[in-house]
Design a protein around this ligand. Structure first.
Ligand code: E4P
Length: 219
């Protein structure tokens, strides 16, 4: 399973990249706003900076909501860097835009997926990735992980090339469950990614090893 980081924060992206396990980045308009990047030029510059840090796909989301505007905004984003994947919301205009980009060899990530039917539609249009939002479904007492499993079944039935990019990941158990189901990619905040490496028995064991080593050196 590929690991993407879900942030527009450059320090966090660098830290995850330095871990050596990072395969890509996802951003969205809320994450970009959190970094207080003002104005179109600065936004584009920020995407370019991210692309120069991580050697992998970087999802940049369109703000446009109509087919034609999504196409022209997405083309500008795709022109920024080879790493850019145009992120398109799951709407009927979005589906048409995904097909437009598919026909031109431009990669897309269909975002805001909350049902297997939506994922099927995006795959039919030629999306490179679909982003089902696990955490936001859990938030409303639905089963986010069941959606990942359902999409896995649908895509496997028809050998779709579209990758399942599990999004809205909140904690390490989400990451592990995605891996067990067979999501192709998961995108998580840095904190959840780092927590995956933690176990209290590892900390206790290491402390003991170092203490024993120190005692041995004194004798
Ligand atoms: C996906 O690409 C989104 O950026 C993201 O995973 C949404 O996560 P949230 O529900 O924690 O905002």
């Amino acid at each position: 399973m590929k690991f993407f980081i879900d942030t527009a924060n450059l320090d966090e992206i660098k830290e995850a990249n330095d871990l050596g396990v990072l395969d890509g980045v996802t951003t969205n308009p809320s994450l970009m706003a959190k970094e207080a990047i003002i104005g179109q030029e600065n936004i584009l510059k920020h995407y370019r900076t991210i692309c120069n840090i991580v050697n992998g796909p970087v999802s940049a989301e369109v703000i446009a909501t109509t087919y034609k505007e999504m196409c022209s905004e997405g083309e500008k984003l795709a022109d920024l860097h080879d790493n850019i994947v145009v992120k398109i919301p799951m709407t009927l205009d979005g589906i048409k835009a995904i097909k437009y980009f598919y026909d031109r060899g431009i990669r897309t990530n269909c975002t805001l997926i909350f049902s297997a039917g939506q994922a099927l539609m995006a795959a039919k249009a030629g999306a490179t990735y679909v982003s089902p939002f696990v955490g936001r479904l859990d938030d409303i007492s639905a089963d986010g992980m069941a959606l990942i499993a359902e999409i896995r079944t649908v895509f496997d039935n028809y050998h779709f090339d579209t990758e399942i990019l599990a999004a809205s990941i909140r904690h390490p158990m989400h990451i592990l469950e995605c891996a067990k189901i067979g999501a192709d990619v998961m995108t998580a905040p840095l904190k959840a990614m780092k927590q995956l490496a933690k176990h209290p028995l590892t900390d206790i064991g290491l402390e003991q090893f170092l203490a024993d080593h120190a005692k041995g050196q004194k004798g």
